[in-house]
Write a protein that binds this ligand. Sequence first.
Ligand code: 5GP
Length: 208
Amino acid sequence: MTSTNEAGRSGLILILSGPSGSGKSSIYKMSIGELGAIEFSVSCTTRAPRPGEVDGRDYHFISRGEFDRLVAEDAFAEHAEVHGNCYGTLKSELLGRVQRGIDVLLDIDVQGAAQLRKLCAASCEFRRACAFIFIMPPSFEELERRLRARATETEESILRRLANAKGEMAHASEYDHVIVNDDLARAAAEFTALVRSLRDDPARQIKS
Ligand code: 5GP
């Protein structure tokens, strides 16, 4: 990771985690207009597309066999089983962009974030690029209300996501930043301000 953008730094790898229904995607969709120039890392998943989801835009929807082949080829920077399905970030989604100075946003679970943290421990260049951000719902009750209001999941999937949420929230302290999504516009503004400060952080500039 040696090239830079015009600001003199390599791209950021913005790692966003939080329970299903915490509002991660609403926050970054609201912020992206103001931040500009962030590319979304499109994950691979074995889960079926939801209505309205587009292959190659929301996810690469692939079979379990194809997923296993990519694991065997070491194509993933991280991968995990979440809510009974497999998800993974392709190395090809990250490295070239970061080298070209493009900021990349990852929406991944706590297991995947832990794997990337290990890569950070092994490479100071990777650590310099990464920022770990956790989106916290204001309460468990509110999370349940949002998941039900979303109406995209079966009852079984809602219960599974709620059961996993407590375990995920227990990992919030491992993240560099925690944003409480008590109010979407406020949380999005906090996220926008955070990304701006990361872009300006002298510790993230490449010294040549
Ligand atoms: P959903 O099925 O609601 O799109 O995503 C379920 C969970 O999987 C979310 O917590 C999301 O952050 C996580 N996820 C999505 N893509 C990836 C990925 O590439 N890796 C990992 N570890 N988790 C992912």
